[in-house]
Design a protein around this ligand. Structure first.
Ligand code: NAP
Length: 313
């Protein structure tokens, strides 16, 4: 393992689009840390890669924070963070931490990973954050007063679609907060891709799931093709951030995703929800115990708690 190799983290690197991204990054000379739950699938991916596996259930904020610490222990700097892990769900479920599972996995874990790994990204020559989501395709169905759907609600927009829109807001907000740094933030829609996402969908009647998975297999692009967009955004020094897809085709950012008040409101809520697991966040555990000591960062730039290098440095 060479020390001067660029390093990338790929969540969901055990399957689907994430796996294809990990393989392509390896082919391009990156050391790749893949994050997922399935050790056997991880071993298969890593058989031909210079990299390692970080096992974590990203629906758990405790495990997400631990994964970030493991990554930090293995990599002194991160050139790219590709956030692919995700699920399609039509019905809410709740985690042991009391969070709505789809929101936790598709959105809150991404917010938390970015927050904890920013110090590693900012020391790279041109750190990249790539959110694999739907890049402007979903309406604003976020109810910030009931993020864990305690008041009820189900369906694509209410459970999953809102997490895709939350990724849109996160991408624009992060890019704004990191404007003076060398980090570029992209949100990319991969297109319809022949992966397990429909077969693994939750809260969908089995026959509907099977039919959708079949259509996806027949009509979807190969994951290796879909990986080109995220990998280009993660590696090409000429690419600046924004919304893209399918592939590295730049998209217009919808006004609803750029709305400063909406972005700020979601950021504040996310900071509150993941607060107990932030490196220097508020400690909100009911029994008052401090679950972790701050792991990174001394200075604070735009509320991110990290020392940042200038974009034009
Ligand atoms: N496929 C499409 O047509 C399409 C279209 C638009 C957007 N997307 C987005 O693209 C991303 C990747 O989707 P995909 O199609 O590649 O899905 P996929 O084939 O189902 O793969 C999902 C990946 O996420 C990981 N994952 C799932 N739950 C996890 C958890 N709780 N903790 C950690 N890792 C977890 C899985 O790994 P383990 O099983 O090892 O945990 C797997 O590697 C998703 O965010 C999806 O919303 C996909």
């Amino acid at each position: 393992m060479r020390d001067d190799k660029p390093t990338a983290v790929v969540t969901g690197g055990t399957g689907g689009i994430g796996r294809a991204c990990a393989v392509e990054l390896g082919r391009r000379g990156y050391r790749v840390l893949i994050v997922g739950r399935d050790s056997a699938r991880a071993a298969a991916v890593l058989a031909d890669l210079d990299g390692s596996f970080v096992r974590a259930d990203l629906a758990s904020m405790r495990e997400t924070a631990r994964a970030a610490d493991e990554i930090a222990a293995r990599a002194p700097r991160l050139d790219a963070l590709l956030l692919c892990a995700g699920v399609l769900a039509l019905a809410p479920e709740w985690t042991e931490e009391g969070m709505e599972r789809t929101l936790a996995l598709n959105y809150l874990s991404r917010h938390l990973l970015v927050r904890r790994l920013l110090p590693l990204l900012t020391v790279a020559p041109s750190g990249r954050v790539v959110l694999v989501a739907n890049a402007g395709r979903y309406r604003d169905t976020l109810d910030l007063t009931d993020p864990h759907l305690r008041q009820g609600g189900r369906g694509l927009g209410v459970v999953s679609g809102r997490t895709q829109f939350a990724n849109d807001l996160l991408a624009v907000e992060l890019a704004d907060r990191l404007g003076d740094t060398r980090v570029e933030v992209s949100c990319v829609y991969p297109g319809l891709v022949a992966t397990d996402v429909f077969a693994q969908a939750r809260g969908v009647p089995r026959p509907v799931r099977a039919a959708a998975a079949l259509v996806q297999r027949l009509l979807g692009a190969a994951p290796s093709v879909a990986a080109r967009g995220p990998v280009t955004l993660a590696t090409d020094p000429a690419m600046t951030g924004g919304f893209f897809g399918p592939g590295p085709r730049r998209l217009r950012i919808p006004a609803r995703a750029a709305d400063p008040a909406r972005r700020a409101a979601l950021w504040t809520l996310a900071e509150d929800l993941v607060g107990p697991w932030l490196p220097s966040g508020p400690r909100r555990f009911p029994d008052g115990h401090d679950p972790e000591r701050p792991a990174h960062g001394q200075g604070r730039v735009q509320g991110l708690g990290v020392q940042l290098g200038g974009k034009r440095a």
